[in-house]
Ligand binder design. Structure first.
Ligand code: NIG
Ligand code: FE
Length: 411
């Protein structure tokens, strides 16, 4: 079955040869073809070019002068969760910090208690709703973390929900085991004992059941130390899980270095990134990933994205969709935050949310750009005047239709 999308005003983020990611100066280039067609065969991109070479197909879709972009890859979310945390949001407005809320038993601990009491079915239904919403905003692939379980049983429950989402959603989904997301109250004075439990009990079970692609640790001040992170990543890697970690959100935690040591796919957050961390990342295959929604929502310092790009690094940007620090999975807002708060050019922001996040979630061979042979995941925009209009016009949905696996997603 062949489908052709014709009369595309601009076909954006095209590649003749698939790249792994883009870094430094390359980040400001996004290749586009004006007055274009896009040919899909089954679920794959078969061809593209200018309208003078537009082929025949079984089905035609007239883009009527709208733009086409590859769908966003959202490489960092916690979108399986129970309830919401708007009451803590009020505490934050009144002046309490994220860490203070966590120390009072709020934050991640609050979400964990609620999740333990919520059934697998309810978690699945709520998460599926969230997935459908992000598809409407142009996301085509998403990584989802566990980490609101705290007990082995509840962590496995979360990961089974993610497995069911993988089976039933048209999104490409990767599962990340984040057993070390917070410290349960009963382990408050003996965090090492909780780490023992993760290493000896949780990781083996998760790996045996094949429930996760990745392993994650919140390596930061007040959460898990570099030594504890080292132990957990070591065990995870032995059992075939690829590392991706939370690092340097609350302080210069050493998280970036330990992530690079384990050849992590990505290190995420990075508000506290200095020269030493930049040098370490430059000698690595690890994708520095910034989460603009979390820094915005928690009113935190912004990661030095410009400095990192100017040093020659690649940058990825993801939503961090979660009930505490970023209750939105809208990647179009991430584009706007990227430009306003991190001074990225619109083209840099597009690279940061497509090809570079595809690398950060290990799907760049099949997603992240418009390239022959890649999966046909793309969206048609509303009628927008320029590409720059995407981050400029914030708060309104500029996605007209989303296609996943070669088919329009209809709700
Ligand atoms: O990525 N930093 C750690 N974890 C999440 C927050 C999760 C929560 O507050 O529920 C984050 O921001
Ligand atoms: Fe996170």
């Amino acid at each position: 079955m062949k489908t052709v999308i014709k009369n595309i005003k601009s076909l954006v983020q095209v590649e003749d040869k698939a790249r792994k990611f883009v870094r430094g100066k390359e980040m400001s280039e996004v290749k586009t073809i004006d007055n274009a067609f896009l040919l899909i065969e089954d679920d794959k991109i078969a061809d593209f070019g200018t309208m003078d070479n537009c082929p025949n197909a079984d089905k035609e879709v007239d883009a009527k002068d709208r733009m086409v972009l590859p769908t966003f890859c959202d490489s960092h979310t916690h979108l399986v969760y129970a309830g919401s945390r708007e009451i803590e949001y009020i505490d934050k407005i009144k002046g309490l910090s994220y860490e203070e809320i966590a120390q009072r038993g709020g934050g991640i601990i609050n979400s964990a208690l609620r999740l333990q009491q919520t059934s697998e079915e309810e978690l699945y239904e709520d998460a599926m709703q969230r997935l459908n919403t992000i598809i409407k905003y142009g996301t085509g692939a998403v990584e989802i973390k566990s980490g609101y379980g705290f007990t082995t049983e509840a962590e496995l429950k979360m990961l089974r929900v993610i497995r069911k989402l993988k089976e039933n959603s048209s999104l490409t989904i990767k599962a990340n085991f984040l057993g070390a997301h917070g410290v349960p109250l009963e382990y408050k004075n003996n965090v090492d004992a909780f780490v023992d439990k993760i290493v000896e009990e949780m990781i083996p079970k998760v790996a045996d059941e094949g429930l996760a692609d990745f392993i994650d640790v919140f390596c930061d001040r007040g959460f898990f130390t570099v030594e504890q992170t080292d132990r957990m990543l070591n065990e995870g890697v032995k059992r075939g899980l690829k590392p991706k970690i939370h690092a340097n959100e609350l302080g210069a935690s050493g998280g970036i270095q330990v992530g690079v040591k384990y050849n992590a796919l990505s290190v995420d957050h990075l508000e506290y990134t200095g020269e030493e961390e930049i040098q370490c990342l430059l000698n690595s295959n690890t994708m520095p990933t910034i989460l603009p929604g979390a820094a915005f929502f928690l009113n935190m310092p912004y990661a030095p994205a410009r400095k990192m790009i100017e040093a020659g690094l690649p940058i990825a940007m993801a939503s961090d969709f979660n009930p505490g620090s970023s209750p939105s999975g809208n990647m179009q807002l991430v584009l706007t935050f990227a430009c306003v708060n991190y001074r990225l050019l619109p083209q840099e922001a597009i690279n940061a949310t497509t090809i570079n996040t595809a690398y950060a979630m290990d799907v760049v061979d099949s997603l992240g750009s418009i390239c022959k042979g890649k999966k046909a995941n793309f969206f048609i925009t509303t009628k927008i005047p320029t590409l720059e209009y995407l981050p400029y016009s914030y708060g309104e949905n500029k996605v007209y239709k989303t296609f996943l696996n070669g088919k329009e997603v209809v709700f």
